[in-house]
Design a protein around this ligand. Structure first.
Ligand code: SF4
Length: 412
């Protein structure tokens, strides 16, 4: 095998060393795309996105006792309050002092669209004017649903089937911006205070599947997920959070050890030559290494299976032979396969697999004992592919801008 990391002769400590060096390289690169500091123009500090310890520190800096952090945490993440004046357990003078130094913000809403199937897409704008998409996908049978969150503005990876991949990476999102997407989506449904224990939640799961590769922004994503999982705030269980990666192998190990959230793999091809084209990251971390990392993933079990996402592209990756190879690859893993018909977007030559192909492909996987639901794209009427809301909004703005300019020149 040409890739030494997947060779059985490589000891696990050598593998750890290799991965550690890679992790450091990835994180150094990630730092080049760091988000701006969360300070407003008038010098106030954003509190959303701080860890508990950091929250206690900034309170100490203004001469307050660290125990206030617990109180604030409750108001920010359990009650969802953004106005210090509404934090009724805090005395009025302190409310005023907090408002002088801090804010509890949300990303601002640029666009919101609700589909006929009730999928709701949000385009959020952050303090520096950058934008990212968030989508709420309700469950059709029950009062609950998944919030699909973005981790970066744009993406470095250029997967050839993905519309977001055509937008180059602008920057990573900060922890405040990642948590903020979920909180703002919750505002939209009025789901505060955070439901406790087994009380049903509308926004019941998180999928890190929006714009960007979350494992290329690991520190911010991890910090945001720890805040969301904290039992005294939003308190979403790690079982209800799924991180989807194109296969950043060295960071998968770390994610499993530190966060223990569910894993989804954007697989989309079962041969390296094809996956090299569809998911170019495969040239760095080929299929064998990816599958080996799935076997090591600590949070995977029969009750928490690894999801393999497979976009079905007509005549490209949808043959019987490929379905059988897929089964061979995932054998021995607690796994399920999501089959997603390609969702066309302007500029792409790919077409979705036919219904018959989809059904046949799914059957081969199910015959091998794996679940293989066919996921029909949701929210089709509002905007087809992930990444389009942002593109459309840019187009509208550019159009408005050129119209304004021509208005000006008309007047001159
Ligand atoms: S599929 Fe994910 S990783 Fe690939 S280009 Fe699109 S957003 Fe980036």
């Amino acid at each position: 095998m040409s890739h030494p990391v997947s060779s059985p002769e490589v000891s696990s400590s050598a593998l750890n060393d290799l991965n550690e060096a890679e992790r450091q390289r990835i994180q150094a690169k990630s730092a080049l795309f760091a988000p701006p500091t969360p300070i407003t123009d008038d010098g106030r500090r954003e509190l959303v996105g701080l860890s508990r310890e950091e929250l206690a520190d900034v309170l100490t800096e203004i001469g307050e006792k660290p125990f206030r952090a617990k109180q604030l945490w409750h108001w920010i993440y359990h009650q969802g309050v953004t106005d210090f004046a509404k934090m009724s357990t805090i005395a009025k003078p302190l409310q005023a002092k907090l408002a002088e130094h801090f804010i509890v913000g949300r990303p601002s809403l640029t666009t919101q669209q609700t589909s006929k199937d009730d999928t709701r897409k949000f385009l959020f704008r952050f303090r520096d004017g950058q934008e990212a998409e968030t989508v709420y996908i309700p469950d059709r049978r029950e009062d609950r649903g998944a919030v699909c969150i973005s981790s970066q503005v744009g993406c470095t990876l250029s997967c050839s089937f993905c519309h977001t991949g055509t937008q180059k990476l602008v920057r990573n999102l900060g922890a405040a911006e990642i948590v903020g997407q979920f909180m703002a989506a919750r505002d939209s449904y009025g789901e505060w205070p955070s439901p406790k224990g087994e009380t049903p939640r509308l926004l019941s799961t998180i999928v890190l599947m929006g714009m960007g590769e979350p494992l290329y922004n690991y520190d911010n994503v991890a910090k945001a997920m720890k805040i969301i999982m904290d039992g005294e705030g939003i308190a979403l269980s790690r079982r209800r959070i799924t991180l989807s990666t194109s296969g950043v192998v060295p960071m998968m190990d770390r994610c499993g050890d530190e966060l223990g959230i569910n894993l989804a793999i954007s697989l989309h091809a079962v041969r390296n030559d094809l996956r090299d084209q569809l998911v170019p990251l495969n040239r760095k971390y080929p299929i064998e290494e990816l599958i080996a990392a799935c076997h090591r993933y600590p949070a995977a079990s029969n009750s928490r299976r690894i999801t393999f996402e497979y976009i079905m592209i007509r005549g490209v990756n949808d043959s019987d032979e490929e379905a059988r190879e897929l089964v061979r690859l995932i054998r021995g893993l607690p796994a399920k396969v999501n089959l997603i018909p390609f969702n066309p977007w302007p500029g792409s030559d790919f077409r979705p697999s036919t219904r018959e192909r989809l059904a046949r492909f799914a059957q081969i996987i199910m015959d091998a004992g794996y679940s293989a639901p066919i996921r029909m794209p949701r929210g089709k009427d509002i905007l087809a592919a992930c990444g389009q809301l942002k593109t459309q909004s840019e187009r509208i703005r550019k159009h408005a801008h050129s119209t304004q300019q021509s208005d000006v020149s008309d007047g001159e």
